[in-house]
Design a protein around this ligand. Structure first.
Ligand SMILES: Nc1ncnc2c1ncn2[C@@H]1O[C@H](COP(=O)(O)OP(=O)(O)OP(=O)(O)O)[C@@H](O)[C@H]1O
Ligand SMILES: [Mg+2]
Length: 624
C-alpha cells in the first residue's frame, strides 16, 4: 500500500514536453517552513492521471528535481523603486518565518519542477500496485508526497529478485530511505564516477568495492549452483588504495597489492622481501607507514596501519607481490626471436639445423642469470662458425642478440625477492578466473606508463582468454581511477602506452559485457576522456562539475537534461546524483544520494585489528 505525508497537498500547474525526460512538470505547494524541509530534490509525488476511471485510480509518480520558494510580492526578478523592493523583501521575510506548519498567506508558494519516473500507482478496491505509467497526469490535479516507506518501496521496486543487491547510499533529503543497487548489473554494464577534484571519487570507489564484496561474500548456506563470485582489479595510479581499501586487502578471501615496479616500494620493504627477518620486518612496516599517501582524515592513524600491513607482508600469507614476468626458456627465446628474412645463402640448411638443435636441447632450460651467458656464447659461436655468409643471415642473429639483451633486462632483475612476494601474469590470470572465491587486486606502479601497459596487457589477455574459452564466470571488473590517464582522447599518429590502454579499455567496455568483464571509471576530467567511452557505462555517479562543458558531455551521454545537474551545486562531500539504465529500481531517473565515508569504515577496521593484536599480546603475557 502506498502511503503519503498527511496535510501536504500540491497542485499540478503545468506540463511541458521535454526532449530528454519526455515531460517536465511544475507543481505548486502552499508554503510552510515544514513543507520546505520535506519537499526536496529526490522527493516523489503522486498525481492522478488520465488513465483513472470510476473503478480504479491511476496516479503518476513524479520526482522533484528542483524547488524554489516564491513570494508574489517579490516575483522572480525584483525591479522598481529600490525603497519599495527592500520594504517588500523585509515584509516577505515575515511571511517565510511565520508560516511554520500552517499556510496562512496566499502570496507564498513552493514551486517544484518534477520529471516522470514512468511509474504509476493503480488503486482498486483498497488494493494498490505499481506499474508502468499508462497516461499523462492531469493539470490541476492534486499532488501528494510519498512518505518514507513508500518512497523506499518505489525507488527500489524495479530491482530484480534473487540477485546480490546492496544499499549504495541514502536519499539526501531523507536518510531513512536506502537506495539499492544490483551488484551484477552495476559491474557488468559498467559504471562511471564524475566529480570535480576533492568531490570524493576515490572515497566512493572504496565504498563501492566494499559494498560489492560484501554483497558477493555474504555468507549463505551452500547454494546449488554455487553462487557467482566477483574479482575487482583496481588500477591505482596515485597509490591511495592500500589505505582506502586496507580492510579488504586484509580480509577478502583473495586479495593482493600487486606492485609492478621495484621503485614503487621503499627500499626497506624490498630488503625485507629479499630477506624476511624480524628486524627487517619492523623496518619495512615503518617505511610503509611513513611513505604511504593518506587522506587527511586518516593521517592521525598512520601508525595503526602497521596492523594491516603486518598481515599483508607476512611471508606465510603474503598479500603484497612484486610483478615478475616469467621468462621464456632458452629454447623458446630463440624460437620466438630468430626470424630470418631474405636469404641465408648456401649454408641455409646447416644454419637451420643448428637452430633446430638448440631449440630442441634447450627447450626446458630456464632463462636466468646462470644460463643466460650460454645463450650469448652460442650466438657468438654462430658468428664465428663461418656459416653466416650473407648479410641477412648475420642480421637474423644480430636481432636475436638484441632480443636476448632486452629479455635479460626485462626478466632478470638484480633483486631476488622471496618467492612468496612474487607474482606472474599467469598466476594473476589464474586467480581472476578461479570461480571459488571473490577477490580484490590493487595494482600500483610509480611509473604511469608501466601501469597503462600492464592494464592493456592484462585486459587483452583476459578478454582473449574469455572469448576463446567461452567462460563468463567469475565476473571480473577493471576499475580505473584517474580514468583520463587510461582512456584519453585519441591523438593522431601516437603509438604509446596511452593508445594501448585506451584500445583495450574500449574493447572491454564495448564487448566485455557478454564475457563477464566489466569496467568502472572515475575522473574529474570528462573532456579529456575519449568521447566514445562516455556512452558505455550504464550507471553514473555525478557530483559537482563546475564546467558546463563537462555537465553537457555527461548529460548528452546519459540522455538526460543538463538542468538536472542544477541540484549537484548544493552537494556536500559524499553526495552523488545516481542514475542508471539497469542497476537501480528507477530506470534513467537521477536519484540524489549520500554515500558513507570510506575513511570511517577503514578506521573501524584498524580499531578491530588493534584490539585483536592487544588481546593476543595479553594472552601471551598471561601464559608467560
Ligand atoms: N562520503 C564522504 N563523507 C565524508 N567525507 C568524504 C566523503 N567522500 C570523500 N570525503 C573526503 O573528501 C576528501 C576528498 O576525497 P577523495 O580523495 O575521495 O576525492 P577525489 O574526488 O577522489 O579527489 P581527486 O580528484 O583529488 O582524486 C577526502 O579528504 C575525503 O576524506
Ligand atoms: Mg581521487
Amino acid at each position: 500500500m502506498i502511503t503519503f505525508v498527511t496535510g501536504l497537498e500540491g497542485t499540478l500547474i503545468r506540463i511541458q514536453e521535454d526532449p530528454e525526460a519526455r515531460y517536465e512538470f511544475e507543481i505548486w505547494f502552499d508554503y510552510t517552513r515544514q513543507a520546505m524541509n520535506l519537499i526536496r530534490e529526490g522527493a516523489l509525488l503522486a498525481v492522478p492521471n488520465f488513465a483513472s476511471n470510476h473503478a480504479e485510480s491511476h496516479r503518476s509518480i513524479l520526482e522533484v528535481v528542483s524547488i524554489l520558494p516564491i513570494h508574489y510580492a517579490l516575483g522572480d526578478n525584483p525591479q522598481g523603486y529600490p525603497g519599495f523592493v527592500v520594504e517588500a523583501a523585509r515584509s516577505a521575510v515575515r511571511d517565510w518565518e511565520e508560516q511554520e506548519s500552517e499556510p496562512t498567506e496566499d502570496v507564498t508558494k513552493i514551486r517544484c519542477i518534477a520529471i516522470p519516473t514512468n511509474l504509476e500507482i493503480v488503486e482498486r478496491d483498497g488494493q494498490s500496485h505499481l506499474q508502468e505509467e499508462s497516461n499523462l497526469p492531469m493539470v490541476g490535479a492534486r499532488a501528494l508526497l510519498l512518505d518514507t516507506p513508500s518512497t523506499e518501496y518505489v525507488l527500489n521496486s524495479g530491482l530484480p529478485q534473487g540477485v546480490p543487491t546492496f544499499t549504495v547510499g541514502n536519499l539526501v533529503r531523507d536518510p531513512l530511505v536506502g537506495v539499492k543497487v544490483s551488484a551484477e548489473d552495476l559491474l557488468r554494464t559498467h559504471f562511471a564516477i564524475f566529480g570535480f577534484t576533492g568531490a570524493g571519487k576515490s572515497n566512493l570507489v572504496s565504498t563501492l568495492v566494499d559494498k560489492v564484496l560484501n554483497a558477493f561474500c555474504a555468507e549463505e548456506p551452500l547454494q546449488e549452483p554455487p553462487r557467482e563470485q566477483v574479482k575487482i582489479v583496481l588500477f591505482d595510479l596515485m597509490g591511495e588504495y592500500s589505505v582506502l581499501l586496507a580492510d579488504w586487502l586484509v580480509k577478502s578471501p583473495d586479495a593482493c597489492l600487486l606492485v609492478l615496479t621495484e621503485e614503487t616500494l621503499p627500499e626497506d620493504v624490498l630488503q625485507f622481501m629479499e630477506q624476511p627477518t624480524n628486524e627487517a620486518f619492523s623496518k619495512a612496516l615503518t617505511a610503509l607507514a611513513q611513505t604511504t599517501l593518506y587522506p587527511r582524515a586518516l593521517i592521525g592513524r598512520r601508525s595503526d596501519f602497521r596492523f594491516a600491513w603486518r598481515r599483508l607482508l607476512n611471508p606465510k600469507s603474503a598479500r603484497v607481490h612484486l610483478y615478475r614476468e616469467k621468462p621464456p626458456t632458452l629454447g623458446k627465446l630463440v624460437e620466438r626471436y630468430w626470424n630470418p628474412r631474405g636469404t641465408l645463402g648456401k649454408n641455409d640448411p646447416k644454419i637451420r639445423q643448428e637452430v633446430r638443435n638448440w631449440i630442441a636441447t634447450e627447450d626446458n632450460t630456464p632463462f636466468d642469470e646462470g644460463s643466460a651467458p650460454k645463450l650469448f656464447e652460442w650466438i657468438e659461436s654462430m658468428f664465428d662458425s663461418g656459416l653466416l655468409s650473407t648479410n641477412d643471415a648475420r642480421e637474423s642473429f644480430q636481432s636475436l642478440r638484441d632480443a636476448a639483451d632486452d629479455a635479460f633486462r626485462r626478466y632478470i632483475s638484480p633483486r631476488h625477492v622471496h618467492d612468496a612476494f612474487q607474482m606472474t601474469l599467469g598466476e594473476l590470470v589464474g586467480r581472476l578466473n578461479d570461480p571459488h572465491s571473490s577477490g580484490l587486486y590493487v595494482v600500483q606502479s610509480h611509473d604511469p606508463d608501466r601501469l597503462r601497459d600492464f592494464a592493456a596487457m592484462l585486459g587483452e589477455v583476459m578478454f582473449e582468454n574469455r572469448r576463446k574459452s567461452g567462460k563468463i564466470n567469475p565476473l571480473v571488473v577493471f576499475v580505473f581511477d584517474e580514468a583520463d590517464e587510461f582512456i584519453p582522447q585519441r591523438r593522431e599518429g601516437a603509438d604509446d602506452s596511452y593508445g594501448r590502454s585506451r584500445f583495450v579499455v574500449m574493447t572491454l567496455a564495448r564487448r566485455g559485457r557478454k564475457f563477464g568483464l566489466g569496467v568502472g571509471i572515475a575522473t574529474q576530467r570528462v573532456r579529456y576522456l575519449d568521447t566514445s567511452i562516455m556512452a558505455q557505462p550504464h550507471t553514473y555517479f555525478v557530483s559537482k562539475m563546475p564546467r558546463q562543458s563537462d555537465r553537457q558531455a555527461i548529460a548528452e551521454a546519459f540522455g538526460i537534461s543538463e538542468e538536472l545537474f542544477g541540484q549537484t551545486f548544493k552537494f556536500k562531500k559524499g553526495d552523488w546524483l545516481l542514475m542508471s539504465h539497469d542497476a537501480i529500481g528507477l530506470e534513467a531517473v537521477p536519484v540524489p544520494i549520500h554515500c558513507e565515508d570510506a575513511n570511517r569504515r577503514v578506521e573501524a577496521f584498524l580499531d578491530h585489528l588493534k584490539a585483536e593484536w592487544q588481546r593476543s599480546r595479553e594472552m601471551v603475557r598471561t601464559r608467560e
